[in-house]
Design a protein around this ligand. Structure first.
Ligand code: SF4
Length: 511
């Protein structure tokens, strides 16, 4: 399937998040209302990534070089960082966590959070000093800025930070080896922020990174929805679905590398419509059914979805595919039809409520989570009350909630009726209080249940294992079990950031 033509924009973008959950959440310091997730969820990180494969016998190994990738933003950026490590491994780049020993540093950026660009430039300021110190010792350092800030800012980055060698957008990182070669030859920086006609995914190496028991797999990129407040259609381009055969091959590889849970990623993941091996177009439900057949894959998830793309088959799939976890992140943003129209969301509150009911009919234990923006231009108190009614009507297991803040260049930035900051604070506080209560209720309702927990590592205390429940809650239990095992545990208590459990019985990791 050809990639649709992609738009490009140079925006100075700041404001609320679109509906891809962030991969990392900084520690909260201040009390009071703030843009936050009200979630009991494990954070994730890029984690260590491996060096490339051992050179073939008789082939001289490449000189060891060190690569540091810093990742901000959503799980899709985490996935992209892993793939960049895969691409650079054959050039001899091995991972490091230290800027001082890194021969190459990649900042994989996100343009969702407020002041995203400024944070990147302050990191670049520190890297300039590191680069100078290394140069004084005769060591070269390649600095690259990737991701959505790179896409949005383009040449502005090297104008402000001329020590940057490479600027690359999310659609061009498969060309990294060529860019590294050009950067080491060229006097100036290499800037690649086009949306190339060739499919990036066709040019990526097989995923080699041992991603552990939980793996992310991007199946869809871009967005055609153009919500009033969101930058994604400008930075990631039009919706594009990877072909089913490529996704299935990558999933098999991930399973062979030890993945037990695969999370499918996309800005609008349930808009996925990919070419199938039999020449037809499959939708997400069919893809999930095929993925569920792969030996070793015990759990499937997908994120993030749009209400407009929840088709009947996908709703049914939640009741029919045992390995599809009872968890769905489905952003609604507002409960007011007037605000939803101003946001250009393309659906009404009633549609969302109907979807929630149907999903729960299909899978009664489904944990539904969402995103909210309060204080969108034109939102009145009555509109906000409609959001509160929707929240009470649905009952969420968690949510991300944000105050609206304008990003120049997006339609909402010029819409009339801005809401005063103080009023946004009051509304956010009220919303978060309800969402927090609902989350606590959900977690407490889990206590006493015996559930399958995927073991992901050791716990905080000696003799503990850590894992995740079917509803994506972090779980800690005393006992031993190998990473990757799916273990039956009884949930004993809901703690502030996790559930505690005791082992019921173990299932072999090799099941
Ligand atoms: S649907 Fe598209 S435009 Fe709307 S919030 Fe999600 S990514 Fe942004």
């Amino acid at each position: 399937m050809r990639r649709p033509s992609r738009g490009r924009a140079f925006l100075d973008l700041e404001g609320p998040a679109p509906h891809i959950p962030p991969a990392r959440v900084p520690p909260q310091k201040a009390a009071g209302p703030r843009n936050e997730r009200v979630f009991l969820r494990m954070s994730s990180s890029t984690g260590p990534y491996p060096a490339g494969p051992a050179p073939a016998e008789g082939v001289a190994p490449k000189p060891a070089r060190k690569l540091l990738i810093r990742t901000w933003g959503c799980q899709m950026n985490v996935y992209d960082s892993g793939r960049m490590a895969d691409i650079l491994a054959p050039l001899g780049y091995a991972p490091t966590e230290s800027a001082e020993e890194a021969d190459m540093v990649i900042l994989n950026t996100c343009h969702i959070r407020e002041k995203a660009s400024e944070k990147v430039f302050s990191d670049l300021g520190r890297l300039r000093e590191t680069k100078k110190a290394r140069a004084a010792e005769g060591r070269q350092t390649v600095i690259a800025v990737a991701g959505c800030v790179a896409q949005a800012e383009g040449a502005e980055i090297t104008a402000r930070a001329p020590w940057v060698d490479i600027v690359l957008g999310p659609q061009t990182y498969h060309r990294l080896p060529e860019m590294v070669a050009r950067a080491s030859r060229a006097a100036g920086a290499v800037i690649e922020t086009d949306f190339p006609a060739e499919d990036k995914f066709d040019h990526l190496p097989e995923a080699r990174a041992p991603q552990g028991p939980v793996a992310f797999l991007t199946i869809q990129e871009g967005c055609d929805k153009f919500c009033s407040f969101c930058v994604v259609p400008y930075t990631r381009g039009a919706e594009f679905s990877r072909p089913a055969a490529a996704i299935l091959a990558e999933a098999r590889q991930l399973a062979a590398n030890g993945a037990r849970e695969i999370a499918l990623l996309g800005q609008n993941v349930n808009a996925w419509a990919g070419a199938s091996p039999d020449g037809h177009t499959w939708r997400l439900a069919r893809l999930l059914r095929e993925l569920a057949e792969i030996p070793g894959v015990a759990r499937l998830r997908y994120t993030t979805s749009h209400p407009r793309d929840m088709d009947d088959d996908l709703i049914s799939a939640h009741g029919e595919i045992p390995s599809l976890m009872p968890y769905l992140h489905l952003p609604v943003q507002s409960g007011s039809d007037k605000v939803l129209a101003a946001m250009n969301r393309g659906h009404k509150a009633e549609l969302y409520i109907r979807l929630a009911d149907r999903l729960r009919e299909a899978r009664p234990d489904l944990a539904l989570t969402s995103d909210f923006i309060v204080g969108h231009p034109g939102e009145t108190s009555a509109d906000f009350e409609a959001t509160m009614r929707l929240v009470e009507r649905i009952g969420f297991a968690g949510a991300y909630s944000f105050k609206y803040s304008a990003r120049p260049g997006t339609p909402a930035a010029s819409q009339p009726g801005p809401v005063a900051e103080a009023e946004k604070d009051v509304r956010l506080q009220a919303l978060q209080a309800v969402l927090r209560r609902q989350q606590d209720d959900f977690n407490r309702a889990c206590v006493g249940r015996v559930v399958d927990v995927l073991v992901t590592g050791t716990g905080r205390h000696p003799g503990q294992v850590a894992g995740r429940s079917p509803w994506l809650q972090p779980v800690h239990a005393t006992g031993a079990a190998p990473v990757g095992a799916v273990v039956s545990m009884q949930l004993r208590a809901a703690l502030p950031n996790s559930l505690s459990a005791t082992m019921a019985h173990e299932e072999s990791a090799a099941a």
